[in-house]
Ligand binder design. Structure first.
Ligand SMILES: [Cu+2]
Length: 343
C-alpha cells in the first residue's frame, strides 16, 4: 500500500512538475536533424512525454475507412463531414521497448483513412490541439486557400475548416505542411485519402497500407520501416485473405529520408494503377518502386492457398520491419462449412 502510494505520488510529481524529473539527472544538449537545440538526459526522448502511450491496431487500421458524417445539399450533392484533431505530445511503443514521440491525427499514425466519392463535398473540421502549428495538406484538386500550406493553424485549439470537392479519383496522401516539413511528416502527421469513382470499383477485399519509417535517434536515417507503422506486425499477425477473391490494396509511400521504397508480392503478380487515377491498370508486375508520397492501387487474386510474403525488395527495409505475410485461405473449403472466416 505504501509502495503503491509512493508510486502514485511519484507519478503525480512527474505529471504536474515535469521539471522535477529532469532535475534528477544530468541534461545534455543535442542538435536535432531540423537544427533544433534540445536538452535531454538522452535516456528517453523527452521526459515530458512519458505518461501516455498510443494504442494502435494495424489489423483494424488495415480495413478501416472513414466515410464521414453524410448529408445532402438541396441540389443532391453528398456532403461528408469529418473532424480531425492534431496532437504532438503522444508517445508510442513502435517496437518492443522503443518509445517514440508521435504526432498524430485523431490519435494514431497514420491518421484515419478518409474516403469519399468523386464530386462529394468534403468538410474537414480541423482542430490543432498540439503545441506547434499544424495543418492538413491534401493531395488532389482544390482551391488555393484549402491547400493547408499558407493557412497555418495555431496550437492549443486552433481551428480551420477545409472545404472542397473530392477529386480526382484515386488514392492520395494527406499530411501536415508546416515547416520544417520533414519533421512534421516523420513524426506521423499523415494519412490516406481515397476518392472512389462514381460508378464504384469491382467488389473486393480492400485494405490500406501506408509504408512508413521512424528515425528514432534523429540522425536523418530511419531505424525502423513498416507497412502501417509497427515493424514486422503483419509477419507476426498474417493478413487473412481468401483464394479466388479479388484483393485491392491502396498503398501510399510516406517514408522520408530514403529516396525510394518498393513493394514486392510473392507467388503472384498484381495489376497496378499508379495514383489510382485511371481505371485501366498500367502494369502487371510483382514489384513497384515508389518515391515520397507516390502511391497507387494494387489488385490481385491468389489461386493457391498458403502463406505468402510481401515486403520491400530493398532488403535493408524488410530486415528493419517492412515485411508481412498473406495467409490465403482456401475459398472452397471455407465456403463448405467454415463460415466464421466469412467477412
Ligand atoms: Cu505539423
Amino acid at each position: 500500500m505504501i509502495l503503491l502510494l509512493s508510486v502514485t505520488i511519484g507519478l503525480s510529481i512527474i505529471v504536474f512538475f515535469p521539471n522535477f524529473s529532469e532535475a534528477q539527472s544530468e541534461l545534455k544538449t543535442f542538435v536535432t536533424h531540423s537544427g533544433k537545440i534540445i536538452r535531454t538526459t538522452g535516456e528517453i526522448i523527452d521526459p515530458l512525454y512519458t505518461v501516455s502511450t498510443v494504442e494502435f491496431d494495424p489489423m483494424e487500421y488495415l480495413r478501416e475507412f472513414n466515410y464521414g458524417e453524410v448529408s445532402k445539399l438541396p441540389n443532391g450533392t453528398t456532403v461528408r463531414e469529418y473532424t480531425i484533431i492534431a496532437e504532438d505530445d503522444k508517445v508510442m511503443e513502435i517496437s518492443p521497448g522503443v518509445f517514440y514521440n508521435v504526432w498524430t491525427y485523431n490519435g494514431t499514425v497514420p491518421g484515419p483513412t478518409i474516403r469519399a466519392t468523386e464530386g462529394d463535398l468534403l468538410k474537414i473540421n480541423f482542430i490543432n490541439n498540439g503545441s506547434k502549428e499544424h495543418t492538413i495538406h491534401f493531395h488532389g484538386i482544390h482551391p488555393a486557400g484549402m491547400d493547408g500550406v499558407f493557412e497555418a493553424v495555431g496550437p492549443g485549439g486552433g481551428k480551420f475548416v477545409y472545404e472542397f470537392e473530392a477529386g480526382p479519383v484515386g488514392v492520395h496522401p494527406y499530411h501536415c505542411h508546416v515547416m520544417p516539413l520533414e519533421e512534421h511528416i516523420i513524426h506521423g502527421l499523415y494519412g490516406v485519402f481515397i476518392v472512389d469513382p462514381k460508378e464504384g470499383r469491382e467488389p473486393a477485399d480492400e485494405m490500406v497500407m501506408v509504408l512508413n519509417g521512424f528515425d528514432t535517434d534523429f540522425d536523418t536515417e530511419n531505424n525502423f520501416y513498416a507497412a502501417n507503422t509497427i515493424p514486422f506486425y503483419y509477419q507476426h499477425h498474417p493478413i487473412q485473405i481468401n483464394s479466388n477473391e479479388l484483393i485491392r490494396i491502396y498503398v501510399v509511400n510516406m517514408v522520408e529520408f530514403d529516396p525510394i521504397n518498393n513493394f514486392h508480392l510473392h507467388g503472384n503478380l498484381y495489376n497496378y494503377y499508379p495514383t489510382g487515377t485511371d481505371l485501366v491498370p498500367s502494369f502487371y508486375t510483382d514489384m513497384i518502386t515508389l518515391s515520397q508520397t507516390e502511391r497507387g492501387i494494387m489488385e490481385f487474386e491468389y489461386t493457391y492457398p498458403g502463406k505468402y510474403l510481401f515486403h520491400a525488395h530493398k532488403v535493408e527495409f524488410s530486415e528493419k520491419g517492412w515485411v508481412g505475410i498473406f495467409l490465403v485461405n482456401d475459398k472452397t473449403e471455407y465456403n463448405e462449412g467454415n463460415a466464421e472466416y466469412d467477412r
